[in-house]
Design a protein around this ligand. Structure first.
Ligand code: PRX
Length: 648
């Protein structure tokens, strides 16, 4: 296996040398409280904390609190405290979908706009503890809406702009949002996305389910003529003129909720992951600084949409907490062509570039010419996140994009973890392509086997974390029992990540992928149960089973086995109709890649679908189907294999 040793140039001026990492890590696990008592001070507190850590992973009593008696305001940390020293520094560089469109916003300007939006929220009757759903394109106003929510002490729930009205409705109901912040339309690869129309539809759906969204704040993006409901809907550009640029930040407790972010799990509807204020911000700012070795004045570009946790922590909160300059990109990697990312890197002199393997693979497929067109000379560090990166993609990123001069940090984490938990550190860690290397401060990873027995040394197993860290999620919004059940009941006393991992002989960590019924499509989490329930909501479908299968660009694709109602005839048209149906129910990211007609599904005698077998068939791995004798009807499998081979 190749190892890329730390280069001297990566060590130059780094904050974390190998010695310091080892020293700090030891202290961070041996004296957790002392470590965070010190590092918690990196952010500004209104009332300093005296209690640092108060956490329990014990089943029935799971409770996670950090810095609990401290008070602060997150938006003041990201804005007000920088005004004196860097008011005129660029906070956000916005790059539009159209390469001609870009904007730079200083800390002073961002602060003024956030104050204005906070005042608009208040004028709409939204404040402390209220929930705000944010359904926006990647424009600065999305960050403004988030920061303003934190400023007034509200709780935001950002819903990715690619989700359907149904998915948005479910999230607005789940969080009982009072306000929806949206835009007239979004713009992606030159195509318009009808956000306001989707929002209207979602509000109707929610109303039928008994939840009324009271107000809608609409940002003008494309200037489309969208209907406004009198008394309910308000234009941001009009309200903005009516309010002042002064807004006192609310004094919040460290454990007051900051945001809810819905994410897919193995079962049921998406869960509202709840993060609170103090610990999350400390973790966001600490990881952003040390993992990326972020240096004063650098331009940081995380390509993630704010609809995902990566966009929360590393497009908005981490960089702004550290007084950095962050790039927000509205478009997609291959528009107008596959050279766009590198063009943007040159245009805005980006120093740190953080993206997902799926984008790297897609750009790799487009050929090296697009990369060579840009100088990329500003780049100092590359990052990867969201899914395992295959060695081929890693090598291309390292050699072609980075010209073997830039370190790559392959960062492993989850919506639940708030920020990065395992990663190489650029000035401290030799790199192994595809390995997330070593744990960040206070992170205690452990491998367990199926029975929960701890594995030592080089081993393969299920990845747990045995103690809390400040950025950890606190609960599933409104359902603490589900929180305990999902994360702490499989291996009692430990946080179970849902991922499989391997620790090698050097102690490096390799994430091998989900071991539950979650699949990772283009770096986005998708619950197979969600896609199944979308499929069976179609009148012609009687049953469906969904699994992931290896996909060259997306990492995993969505493979659906569908059983039709009696009397319904399979056809290609029906396949397309089902694809459309799932897109309408969830959104384009859930589009089935393959649908296979299944006269029957392999089930145990107790009726449980044997997904293991379905995964093997989807992977074309017929030799490894394992024992099928426990199936209620083993012949079903032969049918499926035959259909698969005939590509029906
Ligand atoms: O399976 C892991 C994978 O993405 C999952 C978390 O997805 P989500 O909550 O949407 O957050 C994505 C961005 C943090 C994990 O359980 N994953 C994330 N990063 C990596 C990864 N798998 C391998 N290597 C990574 N660097």
């Amino acid at each position: 296996m190749t190892i890329v040793p730390v280069k001297d140039s990566w060590k130059n001026g780094t904050l974390l040398t190998r010695e310091r990492y080892l020293d700090w890590y030891r202290r961070s696990v041996e004296d957790v409280e002392g470590f965070w008592r010190e590092h918690g001070r990196r952010i500004s507190w209104i009332k300093p904390y005296t209690v640092v850590k108060n956490t329990s992973f014990q089943p029935g009593a799971v409770s996670i609190k950090w810095f609990e008696d401290g008070t602060l305001n997150l938006s003041a940390n990201c804005l007000d405290r920088h005004l004196e020293t860097r008011g005129d520094q660029t906070a956000i560089i916005w790059e539009g979908d159209d390469p001609e469109d870009s904007r730079r916003i200083t800390y002073r300007e961002l602060h003024a706009d956030v104050c204005r939006m906070a005042n608009v929220y208040k004028s709409l009757g939204v404040g402390r503890g209220d929930r705000i759903s944010i359904y926006m394109p990647m424009i600065p106003e999305a960050a403004v809406a988030m920061l303003a929510s934190a400023r007034v002490g509200a709780i935001h729930s950002v819903v990715f702009g690619g989700f359907s009205p149904d998915a948005l409705a479910g999230r607005m109901e789940g969080s009982t949002s009072k306000l929806l912040v949206t835009a007239d339309e979004g713009l992606r690869a030159g195509r318009k996305v009808p956000l306001k129309a989707n929002g209207d539809r979602a509000i109707e759906i929610s109303a039928k389910a008994g939840h009324q969204v009271e107000k809608v704040l609409v940002v003008r993006r494309t200037g489309a003529d969208v209907p406004m409901v009198e008394g309910r809907d308000h234009w941001w550009h009009e309200e903005r003129e009516r309010v002042s640029t002064v807004s006192e930040p609310e004094e919040m407790g460290a454990e007051d909720p900051l945001f809810i972010l819905y994410t897919s799990g193995s079962t049921g509807k998406p869960k509202g992951v709840l993060h609170t204020t103090g610990g999350y911000l400390v973790w966001a700012s600490m990881t952003h600084q040390y993992v990326f070795d972020y240096r004063e004045g650098e331009v940081f570009w995380c390509t993630a949409d704010v609809g995902w946790v990566t966009g929360h922590t590393y497009s908005v909160y981490g960089p702004l907490a550290n007084g950095g300059t962050t790039v927000m990109f509205e478009g997609v990697p291959n528009y107008p062509d596959a050279g766009r990312m590198w063009e943007v890197v040159d245009k805005h002199a980006v120093n740190i570039f953080y993206t997902a393997p799926t984008a790297i693979r897609a750009l790799m497929g487009a050929g090296d010419g697009f990369v060579a067109r840009a100088s990329r000379k500003s780049l100092r560090l590359l990052g990867s996140v969201g899914e395992p990166i295959n060695p081929e993609a890693w090598n291309w990123y390292y050699r072609t994009v980075g010209e073997e001069r830039l370190p790559i940090v392959d960062t492993w984490w989850q919506t639940e973890t708030g920020g990065i938990l395992m990663t190489p550190l650029p000035g401290a860690t030799d790199l192994k392509p595809g390995s997330a290397a070593i744990p960040f401060f206070s992170v205690k990873p452990e491998l367990v086997d199926g029975e929960g027995k701890t594995l030592y040394g080089a081993a393969d197993g299920n990845l747990c974390i045995t103690d809390s860290w400040p950025g950890q999620m606190r609960t599933v919004y409104g359902d603490h029992e589900r929180f305990e059940q999902t994360y702490f009941s499989t291996y009692p006393g430990k946080y179970f990540t849902g991922d499989g991992a391997r620790r090698d002989e050097d102690g490096y960590w390799w994430i091998t992928g989900r071991v539950d019924d979650v699949i990772n499509v283009s770096g986005h989490r998708m619950g197979t149960a969600e896609v199944e329930s979308a499929l069976v909501s179609h009148p012609k479908v009687s049953e469906a089973a969904v699994v992931g299968y290896p996909h060259d660009v997306k990492g995993q694709g969505i493979y659906c086995y569908v059983t039709l109602m009696n009397g319904e005839a399979p056809s290609d048209d029906l396949k397309q109709e089902l694809v459309r149906h799932v897109r309408n129910e969830i959104g384009p990211i859930a589009s089935p890649d393959k649908i296979q007609w299944a006269p029957g599904l392999p089930k145990t005698r107790s009726g449980k679908i044997m997904r293991r077998i379905l995964r093997k068939i989807a992977e074309d791995d017929f030799g490894a189907l394992g024992d099928t004798s426990t199936l209620a009807d083993p012949a079903v499998v032969d049918d499926l294999v035959e259909n698969r081979q005939n590509r029906k």
